[in-house]
Design a protein around this ligand. Sequence first.
Ligand code: 5GP
Length: 345
Amino acid sequence: MIDFNMKLASISRDKKIQFDDVLISPKLSNINSRKEVLLDTIVKFPNSQISWKGIPIMASNMDFVGTFEMGIALQDFNMPTAVSKFYSPNDWVNAIDHGLDFDFNFMTFGLDSIKKIHEYFDFIYKKKSQLPKSIVFDIPNGYINSFHSLISDTRKEFPKLGIMAGNVVTPDGVAKIMDSGADGVKVGIGSGSVCSTTNVTGIGYPQMSAVLECCEEVSKFSGFIISDGGVRSSADIVKAYAGGSGFVMIGSLLSGHTEGLAPLVSKDNKPFRQLYGMSSSEAMLKHYGGVEDYRASEGISVLIEDKGDVKNTVTQMLGGIRSACTYIDANNIGEISANSQLIRI
Ligand code: 5GP
C-alpha cells in the first residue's frame, strides 16, 4: 500500500497544436515551376557521421506497410522504409538477393538485446558481405531507462551505425535519446491513425507542437527528428518539415497497397485491405500469441480501400510537396523549414 501523494499536477498554459491548427503562408518565390524543385535532400547523422541522401519520407515498420516489397518499391523513389521487426535474418538475405538496398531500408528493433542485433548483423554479413547502414529502435514509450541503455550499448558496439530511436514527444525525452548516442529521435505519441493510446491511457501530445518543441531541442545536438504519426495528406508532410522534421514517418497513408501484402477482402463489392495498430490485439495475437493479462490493446484495426500499387500514391504525394515548395521559394525539402511562416488558424 502506498500513501496518496497530494502534490498537484502541473498544467501547460499554452494551447498545443495539431497539423490542422496551422497553415503555411505563401511568399514571393523565384521558383517558377514544380519541375524546378528537387526533393532529394541530405540529412546529416551527427554521431555515426552518415550523410543520408534521398526523399525523407519513411514507411512505418507496421504490418502491411513496412514490408520488403514496400522497401523495394520505395527505394526506386529514393525513399526509406523502416522494415518490420518480424523478419528473420534469412528473410533479409533473401530480400537482398531481390535487390533490397541498405541505403533505404532500415532494420527495426524493439526493446531487444544487443545479442539479437549481433545475430542479425553477423548472419547477413556472412552471407552477403554487407551490413545495415542505419537502424530504427521503435518502442511505444521511449522514456524508459532500459531503452536508453540499449541505445548507448548499441552505439558503443557500432560507432558508425545510423541510429534513430523513439518514441518521445518532449524535449527531455529527445535529450535523453540523443545523449544515449542516437542520431535522430522519433517523435509522436498518440497521433497515429490506428493508435488508441490517448483513449486508453490519457497520455499523448498534439503532433505539430511535439514536432516544433522537439526540433528545438534536437538542434542543440545537431540531430534530427522523425515526425511519426498523424499524417493524413501531403499537406501534413509539408507541415512536419515546416516544423523542422528531418524525416516524416507514415503508416496509414502508405497502407492499403499491393506492396503491403495485406490480403484483399471484399465489402460492399469493393476491395479492401486491413491495417491494424502494432499494439492492437490483432498484432499481439499474430506476433506474441495473444494479449498478456497485464496489458491493454492500444491500437485498432481498420479496413482501407485498396489503393493498388504504391507508386501512384507516392507520385501524388511528391507532387503535393513540390507544389508547396513553389509557394514558399524552397528549392528542396531541406529549405522548407527556413522558408515557412507558420500561421495558427
Ligand atoms: P499514421 O501514419 O498511421 O497516422 O501513424 C503511424 C504510426 O502510428 C506508427 O509509425 C507508430 O508510431 C504508431 N502506431 C502504430 N501502431 C500503433 C498502435 O497500435 N498503438 C499506438 N499507440 N501507436 C501505433
